[in-house]
Design a protein around this ligand. Sequence first.
Ligand SMILES: Cc1cc2nc3c(=O)[nH]c(=O)nc-3n(C[C@H](O)[C@H](O)[C@H](O)COP(=O)(O)O)c2cc1C
Length: 288
Amino acid sequence: MEFNNTQLFEKPITQIIKERTSIRSYNSQPLDSTVADKVIHLLNESKGPFDIDTRFNLVNANLDHIDSNLKLGTYGVIKGTSWFIASAVKNTSTSLIELGYKLEKGILYATSLGLGTCWLGGTFKKGEFAKVMNLKEDEILPIITPIGYSSESRRLMDSFIRLTAGSKNRKPWSEMFFNNNFSKPLTEALAEEYSIPLEMLRLAPSASNKQPWRIVKNGDTYDFYLEHTKGYGKAFSYDIQMVDMGIALCHFELTSIELGLAGNWQQLKTNIKELPPSTEYVISWVKK
Ligand SMILES: Cc1cc2nc3c(=O)[nH]c(=O)nc-3n(C[C@H](O)[C@H](O)[C@H](O)COP(=O)(O)O)c2cc1C
């Protein structure tokens, strides 16, 4: 297959996606501020599928003005870094998708620069981050990620990646990708040139690894649906699985662009009458 390669970062996106994994332990190497600034710049400059405003800031949990008793507690989940990226958005489905898309792009960029990250949607003290972010009345602070250098040795990480790349504890194609309707699975052969973007989507991170994405190929469009995990959303004050959806759109689009597959996001009227339980249509990728 011939691809008109337009590489986004310094490494192919398929390699970066396979390298990214949640890092929860960091070493004491100080964060290089110029590198961190590059990530924040990319986050605040990038455009998502809906072109909605989002804010991202780099936050140091050790700064004097933050009450050290409160700290920006991550309940022991994250060790060894005091640097975080915090996000602020409106509490709507499209804003949460936009946030997922943009932050994952920043996370993949950070990965390409050798930095570790970990999506955190629940395990941190929101109030403290909210103060640091000067949260506006109509904004929420749904997600943070630590940023720093992994304490895992490179060799260990590499062997881990080799072991897990491609499988990574993810659902098989047959549970996520469909052809024409939800009763026919989409095979890699049927997906043709889109088998790589779909495979990269499959490796995306999601809250509690629920992987709520369902994609139906419909001729020249790929329709993206969200299958809400029953009972899961109740623990959150926002629809965390919409953030997962944004992450999926990011993996799919960045891989498609890099492979020279032209298309854009559109919200269409889909023709599937009977959807599986708890499933809603979100958006379509329309081939150009
Ligand atoms: C929106 C979102 C929220 C998440 N929240 C947390 C969290 O609160 N705590 C945590 O330890 N991991 C959290 N994760 C990380 C997931 O558990 C992780 O991405 C998933 O298990 C897949 O593993 P991987 O990232 O190593 O590929 C979150 C991931 C996403 C996408």
